[in-house]
Ligand binder design. Structure first.
Ligand SMILES: [Zn+2]
Length: 118
């Protein structure tokens, strides 16, 4: 995945500044409200990319059944808790076709091999 161009990065900074300005206008002198507004927006943007925790949990259950409880890479039995979804292409998101359920060790290796530049 290519990094943002300078032009696109400038657009992203502009959006971020607009959001910050609006947050400050709405929160005023209320640090608790500013904190909650930031949290809310941060989580929704995360869900836009990663889906909700419920969606990912259901996908994990599906993949676990499909892979018969084994890590897709090393075929060792997956732990009851701690198995991790790996996206083959990060931009494609957490879909059935774009994910594998891996043990933590295999997921760490896979992430090192496919980490996109920021
Ligand atoms: Zn593994």
């Amino acid at each position: 995945m290519p990094a943002l161009s300078d032009d696109d990065r400038a657009k992203a900074i502009q959006i971020l500044e607009q959001v910050r300005t609006q947050l400050n206008q709405i929160a005023g002198e209320d640090p608790d409200l500013r904190f909650q507004l930031r949290r809310y927006i941060l989580k929704r943007l995360e869900f836009d990319e990663r889906g909700t925790p419920t969606q990912r949990r259901k996908l994990k259950e599906l993949k676990r059944k499909f892979q018969r409880g084994l890590c897709f890479q090393c075929a060792t039995p997956l732990p009851v808790k701690g198995a991790e979804l790996h996206r083959l292409l990060a931009i494609e998101g957490y879909t059935e076709a774009n994910t594998q359920l891996l043990c933590r060790s295999c997921h760490e290796k896979a992430q090192q091999e496919t980490s996109p530049p920021l």
